[in-house]
Design a protein around this ligand. Structure first.
Ligand code: PMP
Length: 286
């Protein structure tokens, strides 16, 4: 695996970040993950927009223009030389005093990591994965709003650890009102009576770029889609479920807390959306 690290415009695999960077000390940073198809970065503009929205909410100034990001990503990908890539873009608050106040941090660090694409086992797509509904709740919207993609992912780390202990592939979290939110790095959808359901943004979720594309594709293809507040029982009684994310795309969920979802196999709506999304990706890259 070839991994390349671009720190503030210099590609250097021995690059280091100071332990006094508030990104390290407090998770005071923002990030995005993008992937390539046929060597092209997919939906970069959308990811950069979300990076800027997350940063703006933290009053973190991003020193690169979108053009500069594009150039630096391209240079890093070229230097790594992988066929398909996983790219992580991170902007940290930078070095400052040891206390929480970010005003002493005057120089944000911009890191671009490029490595070989992350490819999930084909079995995950053919047979579906096991999700655990965990006891760890998703951050309140009023505390660290899940709409912000920050370097503070401890809420998700704790949920993932709980899911791993049960043998599930990932965790599904509820919010403090008991409604479904999302998984640790993906959004959740379920299907009942031919309708597609997904938690609304009000529930406290990341507005996934894949989620938004799937919602649009589903509606354009005549599916009824509802965003709302759904209790876990709605998912337990669903016929199908799937999760979405930049790297995973659409992955069927066939077990929830060790019980089959529907008949325990990826369902027709999920499979149709998987096909539609693959076709859509081909079209946008043409
Ligand atoms: N929720 C969380 C918490 C995530 O980290 C991700 C991955 N970025 C997603 C959902 C899916 O978002 P996207 O489709 O933009 O990758």
């Amino acid at each position: 695996m070839t991994i390349k690290i671009n720190l503030n415009g210099t590609i250097d695999n021995d690059a280091f970040i100071s332990v006094l960077d508030h990104g390290f000390l407090f998770g005071d940073s923002v990030y995005e993950v993008v992937s390539t198809i046929d060597g092209q970065v997919v939906f970069l503009a959308e990811h950069l927009r979300r990076l800027r929205q997350s940063a703006a909410a933290l009053n973190l100034v991003i020193p690169y223009s979108d053009t500069k990001f594009g150039e630096e990503i391209h240079r890093t990908l070229k230097s790594a030389g992988n066929t398909e890539s996983y790219v992580r873009i991170i902007v940290t608050r930078g070095v400052g005093e040891l206390d929480l106040d970010p005003t002493s941090c005057t120089s944000p660090n911009v890191i671009i990591l490029a490595k070989e694409a992350v490819i999930y086992p084909q079995e995950n797509y053919d047979k579906g994965i096991h999700l655990a509904l965990v006891s760890v709740k998703r951050n309140l919207k009023e505390s660290l709003n899940p709409e912000l993609k920050t370097g503070n992912y401890l809420n998700n780390v704790l949920a993932k650890m709980e899911a791993n202990r049960t043998g599930a592939a990932d965790a599904l979290m509820l919010n403090s009102s008991g409604y479904l939110t999302e998984c640790t790095t993906s959004n959740i959808f379920f299907v009942k009576d031919g309708r597609i359901f997904t938690p609304s943004l009000d529930c406290g979720i990341l507005e996934g770029i894949t989620r938004e594309k799937i919602l649009r594709l589903a509606r354009e293809n005549g599916f009824l889609v509802e965003e709302g507040e759904w209790p876990p029982e709605a998912l337990e009684q669903a016929e199908e479920a799937f999760i979405t994310g930049t790297v995973k795309k659409i992955m069927p969920v066939t077990l929830l807390n060790s019980r089959p979802v529907g008949n325990g196999k990826p369902g027709p709506t999920t499979k149709k959306l998987m096909r539609l999304y693959e076709d859509f990706l081909k079209r946008v890259l043409e």
